[in-house]
Ligand binder design. Structure first.
Ligand SMILES: *[C@@H]1O[C@H](CO)[C@@H](O)[C@H](O)[C@H]1NC(C)=O
Ligand SMILES: *[C@@H]1O[C@H](CO)[C@@H](O)[C@H](O)[C@H]1NC(C)=O
Length: 470
């Protein structure tokens, strides 16, 4: 009985110190056929795990790899945030770079775990680069640093001096055989990530031409190719395409048109709206909206003690950054498909929309100052927010974590949130205060972000060989 209970707990994987997402599998209490079936699955998994352990405990003899600390992951995310800022990358390229750096660090650390089978860690399926050639018991922190360095230096060779300096600092006072092998392995993983993503569809640049049709976006849009980028964590973007904005002559459209006109009007100065819109602005030279979720991850990882574990920290940022990069693909796909007009055009030309409930205002200007540089539906900001908040809440097994941070473009310092979903909702609201999005596009973006994050949480970086870590 005690054994059964233990097995059940192991299978259900109640959220624990590792902060893993709970498993969708539930064993019913009643003595049904379903219960017997699931218990059978528990026993089979347990047997496989024991067999694997017996096999590997011999081959890993003498390996005492400790888990190590996750600060190295945070440091290289800082390097990446700074790269996005100083190179003034757009949100799409930024999200891809965050994912490449973090997947490389994850695969470098996890590859060593897979080959070493230390009982202190929980090896998982690789994110992008398999564990073939991973050195047993090598220095995992050195491998993570070398992997991130190789990705950034591969993508932005003109910034190599900065990356070399950070690597030298990270590797200072570490030496020995395990260290050398860790650095070599990490660098190889980083180079492989760059190669694997070379032709991932993120280039060459593709432009969706401006349109003068009613309901359509008025400017050229120059990063349209990201809708076709290879996903990092999801299988396919297709299920996440928005069903589309409401028809121009619908009451839903009129309702959100009115909200955008009243809440996002530049001529109606309001300190609160100004502060919130700027806090989440993510303009050129900032870490961009996906970077704000990386920053939230950093703050919470330190606050919750996640950084005590290198493998846990690596996994958190791999999940988070993969979900953020896939949010780009999904949002860009809807933008390209619907090429919906921004509130500025929709309000100035409301007399053409065939809806008697919308109010036309000549010269209406959004608080943002400019109308937004991509088609309106859906909101990329909201997609990043839905995805980022969902990954963080699942990793920590609760949405209710209080945290404080400062958006890159903030004009009034830090803000505090009592949950991830509260921050996500405000990020979406900020675009309405900015006057550049409608509520329906915020909602569609948030829903798509949450949904794609849930696919990633359920299928990406799952535990390999063992059931004790879910
Ligand atoms: C990353 O940068 C932030 C902001 O500058 C800083 O507060 C934090 O300490 C840095 N983290 C690490 C691990 O260097
Ligand atoms: C400013 O906007 C906030 C947020 O919508 C609102 O609660 C507040 O009443 C507004 N202040 C004024 C003076 O209109």
């Amino acid at each position: 009985m005690a054994l059964t209970l233990w097995l059940l707990l192991a299978l259900i994987g109640a959220c624990g110190a590792r902060g893993r997402p709970s498993m969708p599998l539930k064993v019913p209490n009643a003595n049904t056929e379903k219960r017997r079936e699931l218990l059978g699955a528990v026993h089979r998994r347990h047997k496989r795990w024991r067999k694997w352990e017996r096999h590997h405990s011999h081959s890993a003899a003498g390996c005492t790899a400790e888990d190590g600390r996750g600060d190295v992951i945070l440091r290289w995310n800082n390097q990446t945030l700074d790269t996005v800022r100083s190179k003034e990358l757009g949100a799409a390229e930024a999200s891809r770079t965050y994912a490449m750096v973090n997947l490389a660090m994850f695969d470098a650390v996890n590859g060593i775990d897979l080959s070493s089978s230390s009982s202190k860690t929980c090896p998982r399926y690789p994110a992008l680069v398999g564990a073939v050639g991973a050195p047993k018991c090598a220095d995992r922190e050195a491998a993570a640093a070398a992997a991130a360095h190789a990705v950034l230096a591969g993508l932005y060779p003109d910034m190599a001096d900065t990356y070399n300096a950070q690597l030298a600092e990270d590797l200072e006072s570490r030496s020995g055989d395990n260290f050398d092998r860790g650095v070599q392995w990490g660098a190889m993983v980083g180079r492989q990530v760059v190669t694997a993503r070379k032709d991932d569809g993120s280039s060459p640049s593709e432009t969706l031409a401006k349109s003068d049709q009613v309901g359509e976006f008025r400017q050229d849009w120059t990063s349209a190719q990201y809708r076709n980028m290879d996903p990092f964590g999801i299988k396919d973007k297709a299920p996440y395409r928005s069903p589309g904005p409401p028809a121009l002559d619908s009451p839903e459209y009129a309702r959100d048109h009115s909200e955008a006109r009243l809440e996002g009007d530049a001529s109606d100065f309001n300190q609160t709206k100004e502060e919130i819109f700027r806090f989440w602005k993510g303009g050129s030279g900032s870490a961009r909206p996906p970077g704000e979720w990386i920053k939230i991850g950093q703050v919470v990882a330190e606050q919750q003690g996640t950084t005590k574990s290198l493998s846990g920290t690596a996994r958190l940022f791999a999940l988070l950054s993969a979900a953020l990069a896939d949010s780009t693909i999904v949002a860009w796909d809807s933008k390209f498909t619907y090429r919906h007009w921004r509130p500025q055009t929709a309000i100035r030309e409301a007399n053409t929309d065939g809806n008697s409930e919308t109010v036309q205002v000549d010269g209406w200007t959004p608080r943002n100052g400019s109308p937004g540089s991509s088609p309106e539906h859906t909101s990329g900001q909201s997609t990043f927010a839905g995805a980022g908040s969902t990954v963080l809440a699942a990793f920590y097994c609760t949405d209710q974590i209080t945290f404080t941070f400062e958006g890159d473009d903030a004009i009034a310092g830090e803000r505090t949130y009592t949950s991830f979903s509260e921050a996500a909702a405000e990020a979406g609201q900020a675009r309405i205060f900015a006057g550049i999005h409608f509520r329906f596009s915020d909602q569609a973006g948030q829903a798509a972000g949450r949904a794609l994050a849930n696919e990633i949480l359920g299928s990406f970086l799952r535990c390999r060989h063992c059931s004790h870590c879910a």
